[in-house]
Design a protein around this ligand. Sequence first.
Ligand SMILES: [Zn+2]
Length: 157
Amino acid sequence: MGRQPLWRRVDFIPQTTYFKPAGVPLAQLEETCLSVEEVEAMRLKELEGLEQEKCAQRMNISRTTFARVLGSARQKMADALLNGKAIRIEGGNFEMALRRFRCLNNHEWDVPFETMITAPPQSCPACNTPSIMPLWPPGLGWGRGGRGRRRRGRHRW
Ligand SMILES: [Zn+2]
């Protein structure tokens, strides 16, 4: 295919995807939006304490790209904390480390990241129906503008 691999691998999606400062009226509230891969970059670096090189490998991106994603995440966090903005976690160019699929006959199976970005499944391995869909992780607030990457047509399903 020769297409530039732009999917970042993400192992973990937070359960809480919206944070709001206490005591700020909704009308005055500004929002900053972190992508799922920005949160993943912070998780690997700050919580798992990995070296940047290792973080980059885990996310299937170059070290330069990782540094940029992490820098952007930190900048947004600082902006939210110091300027009293709400934080929304949403969207991004990511694919899960493991994606669960279900067909219309309720068969479920897991598809690893490497398969998802090279040859995503076209049919159910058990019954061969092409009527399959990926299951989104629970807690991910796709809300407004959710699943944007599908609408932008970057992916085949
Ligand atoms: Zn099936």
